[in-house]
Design a protein around this ligand. Structure first.
Ligand code: KIV
Length: 263
């Protein structure tokens, strides 16, 4: 069973940490079978699973629903749930209540929050009551409208803000912090002095670990392919081929055979 302690051991020993963002029982089970350290139930499910144009509409109930499915598949992995947009922004009390609900109902080991200074007090409170927190800085998809679209965050004068957000989260007690779409030199500089575990996505090779979305990795996302995504499988082609073969077999009377039927 992966724990915060075993994750820190890996960081200490300079062993890379692996994380997959996914949303269902079968993919979580596959991740577990090959020994992926952490599964993030990301709010990217709004785009990848639900086909929406951003993560903003995802609800707390949807995150809990998907985390329960993932938890059933993941017996060993450390499971982290993304807190969706506006579930931790209206008041400290409401945010604590919502994070507690996720931990109590879903089986997640930790919650992930996007932001810096504006969530520092919440991070501190959560950690002090026993809820581990993963931070998320750099490009933060819940701020897509103020950031102005998908882009690298942390070039030139923006670098100082990313470093500051990271430091604030680390001091507030976030044990792990995702760096998304930041220049690799910045991610390297942050990681070199970080006490928290750094996990990169579009942040270069020098973080303590890496995360990719399951559907990107197995080649099921056709329309967009950011530079940092490596497709390990042409899933879309394989799935299309299997579905076309099924269609043709049924239409030509080749499926099912008598052997595939009950006597
Ligand atoms: O929602 C998500 O899947 C994420 C990762 C891409 C880090 O936040």
């Amino acid at each position: 069973m992966i724990t915060i302690r075993s994750l820190f051991k890996k960081k200490e020993n300079k062993e890379k940490i692996t994380m997959i963002s996914t949303y269902d029982y079968i993919s979580a089970k596959l991740c577990d079978q090959v020994g992926i350290d952490c599964i993030l139930v990301g709010d990217s499910l709004g785009m990848v699973f639900q086909g929406k144009s951003s993560t903003l509409e995802v609800t707390l109930e949807e995150m809990i629903y998907h985390t329960k499915a993932v938890r059933r598949g993941a017996k060993e992995a450390f499971v982290i749930t993304d807190m969706p947009f506006m579930s931790y922004h209206t008041s400290l009390e409401k945010a604590l209540e919502n994070c507690g609900k996720v931990i109590k109902e879903s089986g997640a080991n930790a919650v992930k929050l996007e932001g810096g200074e504006e969530i520092a007090e919440l991070v501190y409170k959560l950690v002090s009551i026993g809820i581990p927190v993963v931070g998320h800085v750099g490009f933060t998809p819940q701020k897509i409208n103020t950031i102005g679209g998908y882009r690298v965050v942390g070039k030139e004068e923006e670098a100082e803000r990313v470093k500051r957000d990271f430091k604030i989260l680390q001091e507030a007690g976030a044990f792990m912090i995702v760096l998304e779409a930041v220049p690799l030199t910045l991610a390297k500089e942050i990681t070199e002095s970080a006490k928290s575990i750094t996990i990169g996505i579009g942040a270069g090779p020098y973080c303590d670990g890496q995360v990719l979305v399951f559907h990107d990795l197995v080649g099921l996302v056709e329309d967009i392919k950011p530079k940092f995504v490596r497709r390990y499988l042409n899933g879309i082609e394989l799935f299309r081929k299997a579905l076309s073969e099924f269609k043709e077999d049924v239409e030509k009377g080749r499926f099912p055979t008598e052997a595939e039927s009950y006597g």
